[in-house]
Design a binder for this molecule. Sequence first.
Ligand SMILES: NC(=O)C1=CN([C@@H]2O[C@H](COP(=O)(O)OP(=O)(O)OC[C@H]3O[C@@H](n4cnc5c(N)ncnc54)[C@H](OP(=O)(O)O)[C@@H]3O)[C@@H](O)[C@H]2O)C=CC1
Ligand SMILES: O=C(CO)[C@H](O)[C@H](O)COP(=O)(O)O
Length: 462
Amino acid sequence: MIGLGVMGRNLLLNMADHGFSVIGFDKDSQKTGSLEAAATAGTVVKGVGSLESMVQQLQVPRKVMMLVPAGKPVDDVIESLLPLVEKGDVIIDGGNSHYTDTLRRVKYLEEKGVHFMGMGVSGGEHGARTGPSIMPGGNERAYQHVKPLLEAIAAKVNGEPCTAYMGKDAAGHYVKMVHNGIEYAIMQLISEIYDILHKGAGLNNDELHQVFKQWNEGELQSYLVEITRDIFLQKDDITGNRLVDVILDKAGSKGTGKWTSQDAMELPVAVPTIDIAVAMRTISGYKAERVEAAKIYANTVKPFSGEKQAIINQAGEALYTAIILCYAQGLAMLFQASRELKMDIPLQDVVKAWRGGCIIRSTLLKDFYTAYSNNPQLANILLDGPLAAIVQQKLPGLRSVIVTAVQQQVPVGGLMSALAYFDAYSTERMSTNLIQAQRDYFGAHTYQRIDKEGSFHTEWGA
Ligand SMILES: NC(=O)C1=CN([C@@H]2O[C@H](COP(=O)(O)OP(=O)(O)OC[C@H]3O[C@@H](n4cnc5c(N)ncnc54)[C@H](OP(=O)(O)O)[C@@H]3O)[C@@H](O)[C@H]2O)C=CC1
Ligand SMILES: O=C(CO)[C@H](O)[C@H](O)COP(=O)(O)O
């Protein structure tokens, strides 16, 4: 393992716990020393400060994984490894690299006879140590060398490992990118529901904890709902108040959500809830301007007058439906990208790998798994019969919550985008006939007709 930071160190210790002899490299002797000290008794874990020494001690074909920051560090590590590895060896990048970088690296290293695999890992620090979701892609023969290791260290659901081969070339990193896009979208939806219940319905942190606790015990059971439940109880060491209330409302990002939106536009495929989640993090950064605008427009949430429990119930239905619509967008993107980029991504295995260990794990994944088991070529999970029945039953809650939130001035762009996606996707005849007429009017862009084949142009207004 190269890079003994948060992820590398924990993943390596996880491998050792499963009986694999491992060796970690870091320039920092403190990191190599503390790695050995943290190893479980009886496991074989070595920390070294020389890359040469690390590579020499590996069995052939060598399996070298790196967990370093995406971008130049990955290229630097590859260049330092090249004089040390041989044909047939496998280099794995487990970080959040952009898939186009991975494509470039796969080609570069294949020319030298070295296999390069891009592999998504999700689950954060704890997941890496105890069982993450792992999304490997690249050369399938190279994957066979690491399959037993990955299956051993991955999270398990019903005894099955939350990992599978994600497809050719950069498929592993592509799947991880879309995973993170869905992660952004679900986090945005949860934060909007929090706004509705907190500012609108006046629930305090203890009440919010109870609501999320109850939701996490039912159909909304998921990692993100679970951690949100716990966040409301966390005390601030400095003030003694709840920590969530003293955290500045400016969201950070490392870029994977933005990459998902950018790539969706390129394909093209519609992922409006991911787009809006990225945009809302951007708007959150305009703190000073927002403070000024709030004064000008006297923008404050108007308290709800309705019964609290009714709003809580509707909010639960709205969140559940909108979350399904986020997965629908992300999975439809993978379906389309797999075809366009010829990656052969098996969607059934993607949702299998996401069932446990990762940030977007949820009880819903088992329904998606069933949907893809019945039809591996399903273009959109909204076309699956049982899932369509769930969406139809829960949709009124989403509509009602949006109406209430709009009237009470709670910004709910994520919820609205999910509903807009659904309403457009399930509309037989959209209003885009008018857009075609306008395009032809001002730019002679032509249009198609509903009653005849071919392309037509009209001299409008003549
Ligand atoms: N943290 C998380 O929850 C998750 C992170 N990821 C991804 O995993 C990757 C690693 O993340 P994380 O472990 O959090 O990062 P950290 O910053 O904790 O660790 C990165 C490690 O890489 C080392 N490193 C940096 N540059 C080089 C280099 N050129 N050569 C050798 N080693 C280098 C660093 O050493 P030094 O400090 O000495 O420079 C450090 O030990 C990233 O791509 C990240 O996006 C993926 C899933 C979850
Ligand atoms: O990959 C991850 C989880 O799956 C990381 O935690 C991710 O980098 C977080 O992204 P951001 O910092 O952009 O919110």
